[in-house]
Write a protein that binds this ligand. Structure first.
Ligand SMILES: Nc1nc2c(ncn2[C@@H]2O[C@H](COP(=O)(O)OP(=O)(O)OP(=O)(O)O)[C@@H](O)[C@H]2O)c(=O)[nH]1
Ligand SMILES: [Zn+2]
Length: 357
């Protein structure tokens, strides 16, 4: 490690913990202000200083050298120093990254051999799926559920285009694993002919006070939802794209957008270009933790049990068989089947990326 010059700022006396001078690991930066990262673009970070307060300021920042190769992603809580006025041509410095509550990883792909964190501290993964045009793909939904549960997030299934097909089948498929569902549809005013999306209030309520990440395949209506929720979303993402010169369909950088008109700070992260998540690192034992009832049962399984259908003496089968009546048995069987479907989805290859338009 390179030798550093020692100065007074390196020593901090901690009251109440003895008077042993302590060489700190990180710079003190006592004047640092806390901020949330909302966008990342070629080494420039858009952060909101003191988010959700009257002093909230949008500031452009760079990463301080001492952070080295540590990545900073949207949703990260950071400390910034330097010029945090947010004025034109100012550049602040990110000096600390807060501990992350959750981390969502993008899958490794042709251009990048490693799974990278794309969003930090998100609470929910919102899987936007059209009920028709394009047809829903349950395998893709399953993989999203696995990624979210592994990341420590919960899942909201946003079913769009209910004016084209009914949601019942999908609702029934995901209810046993505790996935919340909202349904939206397009309606046309018979008098004015004006087209509106209904179900937005339910969606807003499901997002309220959270940081949510929206994913969905091209054409499912994700932009329609984002634009309805955040009317100036285009402008916000446009800023990023002016800088990169990259089109929205090829950009893979996630952008956090604040929902207007909510009582508690509410954020959605749009993930253009992100179609699948890294699951290679997901252990079955981590996934089962998202299902406390199954986790309790699986503890009795033989060592190394895969919990998949047909695995010898798997406790999940005994649990279904031991149900007190047919109704409970059916519910348990549905839950075990769903869990096993998720386990299997983790093993397969990700869905092929769609060609970018
Ligand atoms: N019938 C119907 N069509 C909808 C609905 N929501 C969106 N659409 C249409 O579906 C098409 C795709 O919507 P977008 O919002 O652009 O979809 P997207 O998921 O953002 O797709 P990309 O922009 O390609 O990433 C558009 O023609 C929309 O008008 C809906 O609820 N019902
Ligand atoms: Zn088992």
């Amino acid at each position: 490690m390179a030798e550093r010059r020692y100065d007074e700022r390196d020593v901090r006396i901690r009251p109440g913990r003895g008077s042993r001078p302590r060489t700190k690991q990180r710079p003190a930066h006592e004047d640092a202000r806390s901020a949330m990262v909302v966008a990342v673009d070629r080494g420039r970070y858009t952060v909101l200083v003191e988010p959700g307060t009257p002093d909230e300021t949008r500031v452009l920042a760079m990463k301080a050298r001492e952070l080295g190769r540590q990545r900073v992603v949207p949703g990260d809580r950071v400390d910034v120093v330097g010029d945090t006025s947010g004025g034109r041509d100012t550049l602040a410095r990110i000096v600390r990254i807060g501990e992350r509550r959750t981390v969502l990883r993008r899958t490794a792909d042709d251009t990048d051999a490693v799974e990278r964190v794309i969003v930090a501290n998100a609470d929910r993964l919102v899987v936007v799926t059209a009920l028709a045009d394009p047809e829903p793909r349950t395998r893709m939904i399953d993989r999203c559920v696995v990624a979210a549960y592994d990341a420590g997030m919960d899942v909201l299934l946003a079913l769009t285009k209910a004016d084209l097909a009914p949601p019942d089948e999908l609702v029934a498929l995901y209810a046993p694993i505790g996935v919340e569902v909202v349904v939206t549809r397009r309606a046309e005013d018979p008098v004015t002919g004006e087209r509106t999306i209904t179900g937005l209030d339910e969606l807003r309520a499901a997002l309220d006070g959270r940081l949510s990440v929206l994913v969905g395949h091209s054409g499912v209506g994700k932009s329609t939802l984002v634009n309805a929720l955040v009317p100036d979303a285009h402008r916000a993402t446009g800023v990023v794209n002016d800088v990169t010169g990259r089109g929205r369909h090829t950009s893979t950088s996630a952008v956090a957008l604040e929902l207007p008109g909510t009582s508690t700070p509410t954020w959605v992260v749009d993930t253009p270009g992100v179609r699948s998540f890294g699951l290679a690192h997901v252990e079955p034992e981590r996934l089962v933790r998202a299902f406390p009832d199954l986790a309790a049962v699986a503890r009795e399984c033989p060592r190394g049990c895969t919990h998949l259908a047909g695995s010898p003496d798997c406790g999940l089968d005994d649990w279904v068989a031991a149900a007190p009546d047919d109704v409970v048995r059916a519910a348990r069987a549905a839950r075990v089947d769903s869990f096993r479907r998720l386990l299997v989805s983790r093993l397969g290859a990700p869905e092929p990326e769609e060609p970018t338009r």
